[in-house]
Structure formats: structure tokens, C-alpha cells
Write a protein that binds this ligand. Sequence first.
Ligand SMILES: Cc1cc2nc3c(=O)[nH]c(=O)nc-3n(C[C@H](O)[C@H](O)[C@H](O)COP(=O)(O)O)c2cc1C
Length: 408
Amino acid sequence: MSCETTSKNATPPQRGIAPGSESIDAHEVALRTTIDPRIPAVVPGFDAPFFQAGLAGYSDAAMRIIARRQGCPYCVTEALLDRTLLAGGRGFAKADLGDLEDNIPGGIEDQPLAGQIMGSDPDEMSRAAVRMIEQGSWSGRTRGVGHKDTQPLRVEEAPPDERLAFATIDINLACPVKKIKAKARGGHWLRDPEGALEILSAVREALPSGVATTLKIRRGSDDSEEAERNFMRLFDGAYELGYAWATVHGRTVEQKYVGPSRWTFLRDLVRRRPDRIIFGSGDIWEVEDIFRMIEYTGVHAVSVARGCIGDPWIFRRARQMMAGETPTWPTLDEQREVLLNHFHLSAAVNGEVKAGKLMRKFGIRFARHHPESETVRRRFIHVSSTAEWEAVLDEHYTKPSEAGAAAC
Ligand SMILES: Cc1cc2nc3c(=O)[nH]c(=O)nc-3n(C[C@H](O)[C@H](O)[C@H](O)COP(=O)(O)O)c2cc1C
């Protein structure tokens, strides 16, 4: 099971609720946007105010590496259920949010990385957080995509200079999936802030001080005043416990992915808590949305979620805008290279059979950039192997002259 949305639970791309934001000049904002120095102080290398969100069913090491190659400075794994971690990844297929392998960092290129976990019991969550750190500990020399059998390192045995593959542990208090809620996980906790704070406290205490903790949260369980009070209690309590930042999704849990994200909520929150580092999420579809959200709400970084599925170049465009350059769309050659690399990375992480299925979803989204998008989209739907993926690329992503040359 995953956080995957269905048409019933999600509405098509639209703008977040932000009256007055129409007049914002995203290019002008980008030029003067910098990263708050407190952020790279927590996560060295996090050098631009945007990142790739956790996306169950998508944001595995392959997708993350592809995003990083286009300039994404920081990524979050998909939410991993505490019990999956404690069980070593086995026996929880039905309740699992993303397989364990998906959350194994992809090596030196997959840095810095937040490992996201979700669960219902403080003890299990704290043990899972420690396990995540142990699982992700590495010497920085041998680990990488496809290497899943390195020996875990005990947290307490880690030498002070040991590089931990996870720069932060991110607690998911946002996932709206029903089954998860029924088991008191994810967004469910917004109805029970004291219970959630017990989890946050247990996790914080279990981890060494050098490992930062962060959280992902929605703006409330619903639109009631009580929900807002609960949100504030949980939000403030997290920072008091030492959490470095919260990524706030401007939709309620009840909303799932239906209707717009409320950027006004994010703006008001930043005004009410000016000293906190706050990240924003919701309705980031185009690169301009990143800078519109920063300007309108004052958040310190923006989470790019559905908007980067099949569009890793959104990060390149963001960097280009910050450098005062005109953002460029990927040429067919650039698309081909990324699509080829993404499939190969996915096969290394997931094995070819799983990659074949997974990459169809990406192919459909990648096709949007192709001049014959509908034809290409239909071709990707049926792909199931490396050879088939490459055949689509040869057929549709090679200029006629090159295709001729290749055929000779
Ligand atoms: C298919 C899907 C899977 C998601 N999985 C996760 C997840 O594992 N962890 C998480 O923090 N958020 C997850 N989210 C939420 C996104 O990170 C993001 O907060 C949300 O999509 C709102 O941003 P957007 O409107 O720009 O897409 C998921 C969203 C979608 C659509």
C-alpha cells in the first residue's frame, strides 16, 4: 500500500490559495532568494531553498539521484513504516509504505538525505529511528545504488566522524491514507497532539544529538478551530523538543489531495512564529511556484512533490532563475540521457522487473516534455524491460539523422 492518490482523492493541478500572489514576479524573487544559513548548519550541502519531497511509490534512490543531478540539494525518502524497519523489511507487505530497499540511500551521490518514518508507538518509532540510522550508516566508500548488503553499524559504535547516510530523520505526521489512520499513524496524529509529542520525544531522545530530527505535518486534521489548536500545540511542541524544522502541507488530512493547498495558512504561521525554520508544501507545479510560495508565505524552503514527477528539470530551472539566467526546457537529447539513466538506476535499486513497472509511471509523466507526447505516453505504458525502454528512447528520443546513423 502507498500514499498514492486516486482520482477520487486528488484534484488536477491548481494554484494554492494565495490572494494577491498573482502580481509576484517569480524571476525577480529568485534573483534575491538565498538559503537561510541555519539550514546548511543543520544539513551541510542544503544550499538552495527547495528540495524533493517524500513521494511514496516514486522517490526511491533512483528518482532522488536523477533530481540531484539537475540541482536538487536535498531529498526525503518515501515514508517507511516503523514496523517494516524493525522487521528488517519482511512480512509487512500489506501495511508497507514503500519497500525497505527504496529507502536505502543511493551512495555518495544521494546526499544529503532525510529518512522518513511513520508509526504509532513511541517505543517502536524510536527503535525504528535508531535502526534507520544504523541501516544507513556507511563509510562513504563502498555503498551505493545496488549495494544492499553492507553491514549495519551500531549507532553507539559510530566513530564521531562516521558519515551517516541520513542527515535527518523526518517523522511523518501527514499521510492521509485511511488504513494508516486507522492504525494511528501519519496524519491521524493531528487529532492527538499529546500522543504525537510522545512519539517525537521518544525519537529525539533515542538518537544521538548529531542526528537532526524534522517533521512533516498537514495544516490540520480538518478546518475546525480545534484542529488548528491541535496543530499549533503539536507544531510548537516539536520545536521545543529540538526538532529543526517542520514541512507544513497546506491541506488538511480530511482533504487528502482534493482542492487547493492553503498558502495563507503558511503565511500566517510564519508571521506567528518568525523565529522558526518552516518549510512549505502544496501546489508546487511549476518552477515559478517555488519562488511565489517563498515570497507569499515567507517559508524558508519549498517541498517539490507531484510537480517533479517526470520533471527533474524543475530543479535546474530553479537554479537557473536564482543565477539570473533564463530557465531552459530539456532538449530531446537531455531528456533521452535522463530517461536512460533513470531506468538504469531504477533497475539497480529495484531489479529490472520492478523497475519495468515503476518506470511506466515516470514514462507517462516524462512524455509531457516530448513534442509527440501522446504517442510517446502510449508507448511507455507498455514498457516492462530495459530493452523495451531503450527501444522507446531509440524510436522517439533520437533525432532522425542519429537514428539513421545508429541503424547503419
Ligand atoms: C503519490 C504521493 C505519495 C506521497 N508520499 C509521501 C511520503 O511518503 N511522505 C511525505 O512526507 N509526503 C508524501 N506525499 C505528500 C507530498 O510530499 C506533498 O506534501 C503533497 O503532494 C503536496 O504537494 P503538491 O501539491 O505540490 O504535490 C505524497 C504525495 C503523493 C501524491
